[in-house]
Design a protein around this ligand. Structure first.
Ligand SMILES: [Zn+2]
Length: 219
C-alpha cells in the first residue's frame, strides 16, 4: 500500500456511543473528499502542531483536528479492538477510488457511519505534543528518522511528525508564537509580516544597547 491519500468529510459532529462515550463522526449530510496527506507535508505538520499545542479546550481541539484532517483510521490497527461499522463506503465511487486504497477495511473506515472515540484522538494529540516538546529540548541532539508509514492517517501523520521534528525544520515563530515549517534552517519567523516586526524589534534592541546604555538620571 503506497497511497498517501486519505478521506476527510466536510464536517464532523460529536455523538455518544452505546456506552455513553464521546465519539466523533461525519455529520449526516457531510461530503467525503480525498486529499493527499503527503502533499505539502511540512505545512500540514506545522498546521497539525498548532492544533496540538492549543490544548485549552480539549474537545474543541479534537473537532478541529477531525475537520482539518479526518478520522485517524484507528480501527485498522491490530491492537485497538475497535470495530468497523456495518455500513461500508462504496469504494467504486470516484472519491474513494481516488485514494488508491482498496478492500473491506478501508470501506469501513471511510464509511459515513464510522466513528472514533474522542478520548483516543486526545491521547494521540497529547503524545504528539510530547514529541514536539522533546524535540525542542533536544535541539542539538539527534532524533531517529522513521520510514513514512502509509497504513492510516495516524501512522502517516505520526511518522511525518517524527521525520520533520528530526530534521529541525519546524519551530515556533518568536513574534506570533505559531509553529511554522521552513526547509531553510536560517528562517527566523513564520511570514514576511512577522519578519518585519522581528527586524524592528532587533533594531530597537540594537538602538537601546548602543544609545541608552547609561541610564539617564531624573531630577
Ligand atoms: Zn509569526
Amino acid at each position: 500500500m503506497d497511497s498517501t491519500c486519505w478521506i476527510k468529510y466536510s464536517d464532523y459532529e460529536l455523538v455518544k456511543d452505546e456506552r455513553n462515550m464521546d465519539c466523533i463522526r461525519p455529520t449526516a449530510d457531510a461530503v467525503p473528499m480525498c486529499y493527499d496527506v503527503a502533499a505539502k507535508l511540512g505545512r500540514n505538520v506545522a498546521e497539525l502542531m498548532n492544533i496540538v499545542l492549543d490544548d485549552k479546550d480539549v474537545m474543541g481541539r479534537n473537532m478541529k483536528f477531525a475537520r482539518r484532517f479526518g478520522l485517524l483510521g484507528l480501527a485498522l490497527e491490530e491492537d485497538n479492538y475497535l470495530s468497523l461499522p456495518d455500513e461500508r463506503a462504496d469504494m467504486s465511487e470516484a472519491v474513494f477510488e481516488a485514494t488508491g486504497r482498496t478492500g473491506d477495511n478501508y470501506a469501513g473506515v471511510f464509511s459515513r457511519a464510522y466513528s472514533e472515540k474522542a478520548a483516543n484522538i486526545s491521547v494521540w494529540l497529547d503524545w504528539l505534543a510530547v514529541l514536539y516538546n522533546r524535540a525542542q529540548v533536544n535541539r542539538n541532539g539527534r532524533m531517529v528518522e522513521e520510514p513514512f508509514a502509509a497504513l492510516t492517517l495516524q501512522t502517516m501523520l505520526e511518522s511525518a511528525c517524527k521525520n520533520i521534528l528530526a530534521s529541525k525544520t519546524l519551530k515556533p515563530c518568536p513574534v506570533c508564537g505559531k509553529v511554522f515549517y521552513n526547509e531553510d534552517h536560517n528562517a527566523e519567523t513564520c511570514s514576511d509580516e512577522c519578519q518585519r516586526v522581528h527586524e524592528n524589534v532587533k533594531h530597537l534592541q540594537w538602538m537601546k544597547e548602543n544609545f541608552h546604555s547609561t541610564p539617564i538620571s531624573g531630577g
